[in-house]
Design a protein around this ligand. Structure first.
Ligand code: C5P
Length: 277
């Protein structure tokens, strides 16, 4: 990124060390209820995490100004509002997300091809016309709190992994840059999509001995990185501890170790070229 609100165009991470690469892969979910708390955590954690996720709770409590404030302080923001509406409405919201300067935002892949394509086209067009950085657009596949039983309640008989695979392929064919997917489905996404730059952002990360909370399809950071996740989204296992900075650093160390010992031959090198700048 060139400046505080600069472009997200560069795909090359000039990481001086593996731990810098590990830091860039950690997205901290700022799931708090006030701008003061969010900014406090952002300042405290900005050396330990690469991206800060602003989701429904914080956005609803504070409005878009919290995004502007973090971006103006040099932070990278993942706007996690999971847009899902008629194609025109989602495309217009996505234009505003682009104008806010977010690095990543997401839309529900189950919204369908037209919704995703119109959004991708609108973002590319406004970024060019207004000389803005083009954010990465992620498709939400199946929420990590959703299991087979939840899918059944919605009339879906397929296994979560099959639904994830289908939606990920649709997202890629519709021009999206990647998906949000549980660690347990990383392998199937990589198998379904040949493009190595297709991003996989993975929530539902828990320490081996940690509490699952409402997440169902969880994995450790080590397992997720080894499976090929590009970014890990971690909220409560960092924020709900007595020492969030320490907890974040512990996750970065774990990611670092997982990268160093990754069994995927070209993964470390490939990862260097995939960081959102
Ligand atoms: O506290 P925890 O680590 O479970 O937080 C995970 C974060 O990732 C939450 O903000 C949640 O909304 C978000 N998320 C998720 N599953 C998705 C997409 C986003 O858990 N599929």
């Amino acid at each position: 990124m060139d400046g505080p609100s600069g472009p997200v165009t560069g795909l090359f991470c000039h990481c001086s060390s593996m731990s810098e690469l590990a830091r860039k892969k950690l997205i901290v979910a700022l799931d708090v209820d006030s701008a003061e708390r969010a900014l406090y955590l952002f300042e405290a954690l900005s050396d330990a995490a690469g991206v800060f996720k602003i989701g429904m709770q914080l956005f609803t409590a504070t409005g878009p100004d919290i995004v502007r404030q973090i971006v103006s302080r040099g932070g990278r923001v993942f706007l996690d509002l999971k847009y899902h509406d008629i194609p025109n409405t989602v495309a217009m919201a996505a234009i505003e997300a682009t104008r806010l300067g977010v690095s990543l935002f997401n839309i529900h892949a189950s919204g369908g091809r037209e919704m995703m394509q119109r959004t991708a086209d609108a973002v590319a067009e406004v970024a060019t016309r207004e000389n803005l950085a083009k954010p990465k657009i992620l498709g939400v596949t199946v929420l990590t709190s959703t299991d087979q039983e939840t899918l059944k309640q919605n009339g879906v008989e397929e296994e979560p992994a099959m639904v994830v695979s289908r939606l990920a392929s649709l997202a890629q064919a519709s021009g999206l840059d990647g998906v949000v997917a549980s660690a347990q489905e990383i392998k199937i996404v990589r198998e379904s999509i040949a493009h190595p730059d297709f991003l996989i952002v993975t929530p539902g990360i828990r320490a081996a001995s940690g509490e699952a909370h409402d997440q169902r399809r969880t994995m450790t950071a080590t397992e997720a990185i080894r499976a090929g996740a590009d970014y890990l989204v971690i909220g409560r296992p960092i924020l709900a501890t007595a020492d969030p900075v320490r907890a974040a650093r512990d996750f970065v160390d774990e990611i670092d170790q997982a990268l160093l010992t990754s069994t995927q031959p070209d993964f470390a090198e490939q990862s260097r070229t995939q960081s959102v700048q």
